[in-house]
Design a protein around this ligand. Structure first.
Ligand code: FAD
Ligand code: NA7
Length: 459
């Protein structure tokens, strides 16, 4: 029997299992699907852990999410087309939910599908190698609870291990003698840690933006953000400011490229992550920066030199859950023989044309159009349910505008579902004043607000 290995049970891996399960429900005989997940439960990054450093098995902690994390984009742009928020929660909910609510949504669909039956938890993939005698793969897995290692044969391998877990950690002069804490955003867990302190945040992307805001919200005395290429340029609340790149630390004193200085008590490096696949042999290993169209992946999914190896969710991400779904439908249909890939030369040409366009992108608006077009192209040959993709393009544009208008207020806006057209209610408490991110509080009286939305809703 044909065997398919899915590595990881985060949103991408679960999307893959869901895609297969959808086919099975429609009468397709499935190959044997085995999903290996090194953690004890599913949800990937959304499965919050307090741990940092090494996990209970002595392996690097996968989790990079932190307490009080709220969705950084409207939930409407990531909604599963075949399992809407309204279906899951039984009522419309606001557009920017906290982590626990999104976790509930992602795993709710997986529960409904009973996907646990495909997954071996506490099982880490240690090595994947081509098996030239069969044309398939030898996959070495380790049971973390039993301590046993075994080798299994598979015909297809789908890598869904994420790429926001292995931190990119630069070093700057003076870090070694800095008398405070230097940490990467991967290890950031609770903004209360910096209450009353002067904090230095390095970076100018999503993590820097959010961790600076979180830290101020939960009581940091000041937050200085140091950027390498370009300031984010938002209208920051009092107590947050952006300065050019750090040149060195001298004791507690940070020196910046414009000659200014600040005394700080702690440093958070929001300097991004590395795509890391130490468990895949060289010939199959994706090597890429965090970009929208990584090299050597046809459709952003199929490994050019051997398309029986597929990667999900490896792009820099504007679209997430629905994008993973459409990728997973492509991978599924290839495995089921419903999707035929072009010649290697044509696949290489296609990758190059996307990457050539990628090289011309001038900023987030272009990026969003690019990724929406990518999603559209991926949808063409598979039967993923239709949703209003053009509405999501517009919503992303509005979201960008909302952030420019108010970096502390953009999460208070409301959007319409691209699947049902239902307009979300506005959350009962402005995000900047909401210190409780629990699902109970979030859901508490959300329904009471449903009737105020029509006046405030945009696209
Ligand atoms: P992951 O969620 O990383 O899951 C990968 C899974 O693979 C994990 O469960 C891991 O344990 C498992 N795994 C890894 N290696 C192995 C191995 N060798 N063997 C077995 N199992 C393995 N996206 C949004 O849409 N909205 C947000 O607001 C948002 N906020 C974010 C905030 C932070 C701080 C970060 C880091 C990311 C955020 N993201 C957000 C993006 C996030 O990448 C996606 O939402 C999503 O989690 C990606 O899913 P994934 O399955 O591809 O990867
Ligand atoms: P990103 O989006 O990859 O951004 C990384 C940032 O780190 C970016 O601003 C980089 O600056 C900066 N960087 C990288 N290396 C350095 C060095 N050596 N010195 C100074 N600055 C550096 O990662 P994020 O963590 O923000 O976001 C990843 C995901 O997590 C995202 O999906 C969010 O939803 C949460 P550059 O602009 O390249 O000069």
């Amino acid at each position: 029997m044909t065997r398919v290995a899915v590595i990881g049970a985060g949103p991408s891996g679960l999307a893959q299992l869901h895609a297969f399960e959808q086919a099975r429900k429609k009468g397709t005989d499935l190959p044997e699907i085995v999903c290996f997940e090194q953690q004890s439960d599913w949800g990937g990054l959304w499965n919050y852990t307090w741990r940092t450093g090494l996990d209970e098995h002595g392996a690097p902690v996968h989790g990079s999410m932190y307490r009080y994390l709220w969705s950084n984009g409207p939930k409407e742009v990531l909604e599963f087309a075949d399992y809407t928020f309204e279906e899951h929660f039984g009522k419309p909910i606001p557009s920017f939910p906290p982590r626990e609510v999104l976790y509930h949504y992602i795993t709710g669909r997986a529960e409904k599908d009973e996907l646990r039956r495909f997954i071996q938890f506490n099982t880490a993939v240690r090595w994947i190698a081509e098996d030239s005698s069969t044309g398939g793969f030898e996959v070495t897995v380790e049971s973390l609870t039993g301590g046993h290692t075994r080798v299994e044969q598979f015909d297809y391998v789908i890598v869904a291990t994420g790429h926001y877990s292995v931190p990119n950690v630069p070093s700057y002069e003076g870090f070694a003698t800095f008398p405070g804490r230097v940490m990467h955003s991967h290890d950031f867990r609770d903004a209360h840690e910096f209450a009353g302190k002067d904090l230095l945040v390095m970076g100018s992307s999503y993590s820097a933006e959010d961790i600076a805001l979180q830290s101020k919200k939960y009581g940091a005395r000041s937050v200085t953000i140091t950027y390498r290429t370009k300031a984010m340029g938002f209208s920051w609340p009092a107590g947050i400011e952006e300065v050019p790149l750090l040149t060195k630390m001298e004791g507690n004193t940070a020196h910046f490229a414009d000659g200014s200085t600040r005394d700080v008590a702690a440093i958070v490096l929001c300097t991004g992550y590395r795509h890391s696949f130490p468990f895949i042999e060289d010939a199959l290993r994706l090597r890429t920066a965090n970009e929208l169209y990584p090299p050597n992946l046809y459709r952003g999914v199929f490994w050019l030199d051997n398309p029986k190896v597929m990667y999900l969710g490896m792009q820099d991400q504007y679209y997430t859950f629905s994008f993973f779904d459409v990728q997973a439908f492509n991978a599924r249909d290839f495995v089921l023989g419903r999707l035929t890939l072009p010649s290697s030369k044509d696949m290489a040409g296609d990758i190059e044309s996307w990457r050539a366009r990628q090289a011309t992108l001038a900023g987030p608006s272009d990026d969003i159009e690019f990724q929406a077009d990518h999603l559209l192209a991926l949808s063409k040959d598979v039967n993923y349910p239709a949703f209003d993709l053009d509405l999501t393009r517009e919503q992303f544009r509005r979201w960008e505008h909302d952030k420019e208008e108010s970096i502390t207020g953009y999460r208070d806006k409301s959007f319409a579902s691209p699947c049902t057209g239902m307009v979300s209610p506005v959350h009962h408490t402005p995000w900047w004043e909401e210190f409780d991110d629990s699902m109970a509080t979030f859901m508490g009286d959300g329904s009471k607000q449903a009737d105020v939305t029509a006046a405030q809703a945009g696209p």
